[in-house]
Design a protein around this ligand. Structure first.
Ligand SMILES: Cc1ncc(COP(=O)(O)O)c(C=O)c1O
Length: 474
């Protein structure tokens, strides 16, 4: 490999800027998925080359063979999962992040990356109305945010049992009681497994098929836990964007000396608007809170945040010194607060987007999305062939195709499943299916800053069109 060639860097940057500009100016209206996406993706499998083709040709292959296998998930009409876009400020800062390739794990490796990480976390505490004295950390997404939070909780639980689990392990200790509602996210279960607490051991206290919390059951479970427990409350569940009653769960946790974690991957953004702030009432009484960056904050993958009331728990879980690692006292050394050691300088994009748009900009964006969700819900309610299945407290509308006269539940499930299969190849919008109280349903989630009223109207049109086409007897 030849040494770094200035011309090569310039040619690569010119090409990518040109192509990215073309992509970004067309993403609002391009089909979600190329009909030949799978074939293009398969075409990318190849043997490792003895001789490289050079940076420019590698870029061209990526663009010609790779881009058609991508999905326009950063555009305004990708409504499945909970996928945000990238604000212009975040995009600029993320490109700079790669160009200068900083490691903010330790202060001496990047004062810039370290300080922007710290400032971003302080600003986010402010944006979400969380106590400024809390500690925060930047991780790769909602799952790792839950990981950092529950690692802190597990540390606390161990100390309550007289054990430093992070130093000495868990052998001989009883199982960690972890309690939640049926709204608990799959990632919290995954994390419970990763932390040795057991995926299946999370005890679900739900009072109905939707998963709403059974507070009496939770009270009894806490009383019978035989010691300190960890409670997970969910701010924004994925099927309908509903919320556990955080204040009630905080009271129960306080009564029973339990740890309260709030998973607010996207739902914590309810705190950004006075219209929805009540949904997260009590969140400031939690011991830890997790939230995503690459969802509603609209910064690029992969970014998430954990906030913990007691900084020493976060530090105790993730600090591991070694002789060659430096620690600048009084400075932020993210490595001592994150599961990752070396890490991408995610703070640059977060800082830039918060600096560019401020509290007002984010409030306006969130409220725009709340309005779009209500518009979509009203459209569902007005359509004779669509049925809304849940209230719309935030940004998700849970509904299904249900033409008049067709009332067989299995038939409806099958029909909606088939619509779901056809939607991505159709290319107009992407809304995937879920199971809501046993019913196959769509659950479009609106979090992308680019999404416009015509995009949500297209959801109604597409589901109705495909339903009419796929309906039995048509
Ligand atoms: C409530 C909740 N928690 C956690 C996660 C996991 O986040 P990520 O996919 O960023 O790891 C999600 C993702 O949708 C979520 O909705």
């Amino acid at each position: 490999m030849a040494g770094p060639a200035r011309e090569e860097i310039e040619a690569v940057l010119d090409l990518i800027v040109r192509e990215a500009r073309g992509y970004l100016t067309s993403v609002d209206d391009r089909p979600l998925r190329d009909p030949k996406a799978d074939a293009f993706a398969d075409g990318l499998s190849a043997r490792f080359p003895e001789q490289g083709v050079g940076a420019l040709d590698a870029m061209r292959e990526l663009l010609e063979g790779g881009l058609p296998a991508s999905v326009a998930s950063s555009g305004p009409r990708f409504f499945h999962y909970v996928i945000g876009g990238v604000t212009p400020a975040a995009l600029g800062a993320a490109w700079l992040t790669d160009a200068i390739d900083q490691n903010p794990g330790l202060w001496d490796a990047s004062p810039m990356g370290s300080v922007l990480g710290r400032v971003s976390l302080e600003w986010l505490l402010d944006l979400f109305g969380l106590p400024p004295a809390w500690a925060g950390t930047i991780v790769t997404g909602g799952t790792m945010a839950n990981y950092a939070a529950l690692a802190s909780a597990r540390r606390w639980w161990g100390l309550e049992h007289g054990r430093d689990i992070d130093e000495q392990g868990m052998d001989g200790l009883p199982p960690v009681p972890v309690l939640s509602s049926g709204y608990v996210h799959a990632s919290a279960k995954k994390v419970s497994g990763m932390l040795g607490m057991g995926r299946e051991r999370i005890r679900i206290l739900a009072r109905d098929g939707v998963g709403r919390v059974d507070l009496d059951g939770l009270r009894e479970a806490l009383a019978g836990a035989g010691g300190p427990a960890i409670v997970i409350a969910n701010a924004g569940e994925v099927n309908a964007g509903d919320f556990d009653p955080i204040a009630d769960m905080a009271s129960l946790a306080e009564e029973h000396g339990a740890w309260l974690h709030v998973d607010g991957a996207f739902g914590l953004f309810a705190a950004v608007s006075p219209r929805t702030r009540h949904l997260v009432e009590g969140v400031e009484r939690a011991h830890s809170v997790s939230v995503d960056g690459h969802k509603w904050l609209n910064v690029p993958y992969d970014t998430g945040f954990t906030f913990v009331r007691d900084a020493s728990l976060l530090d105790g879980a993730f600090t591991q010194q070694a002789a060659y690692l430096t620690t600048e006292a009084g400075r932020s050394n993210l490595m001592w607060r994150t599961p990752e050691s070396s890490q991408r300088a995610r703070g640059l994009a977060v800082w830039a987007s918060l600096r560019a748009y401020g509290r007002e900009g984010y409030r306006e964006m969130v409220e725009g999305h709340l309005d779009l969700a209500q518009r979509l819900a009203a459209g569902v309610d007005a359509a004779p062939d669509l049925e809304r299945l849940a209230e719309v407290p935030l940004n998700i509308v849970c509904f299904r195709y249900h033409p008049p006269g067709m009332d067989d539940e299995e038939g409806l499930n099958d029909l909606n499943r088939r619509i779901g299969e056809e939607i991505l190849p159709d290319g107009r919008v992407y809304v995937g299916t879920t199971r809501y109280d046993g019913k196959v349903a769509f659950r479009p989630a609106i979090v992308n800053w680019r999404t416009r009223p015509e995009d949500v109207d297209l959801v109604l049109e597409t589901v109705s069109d495909l339903g009419a086409r796929l309906r039995p007897g048509r």
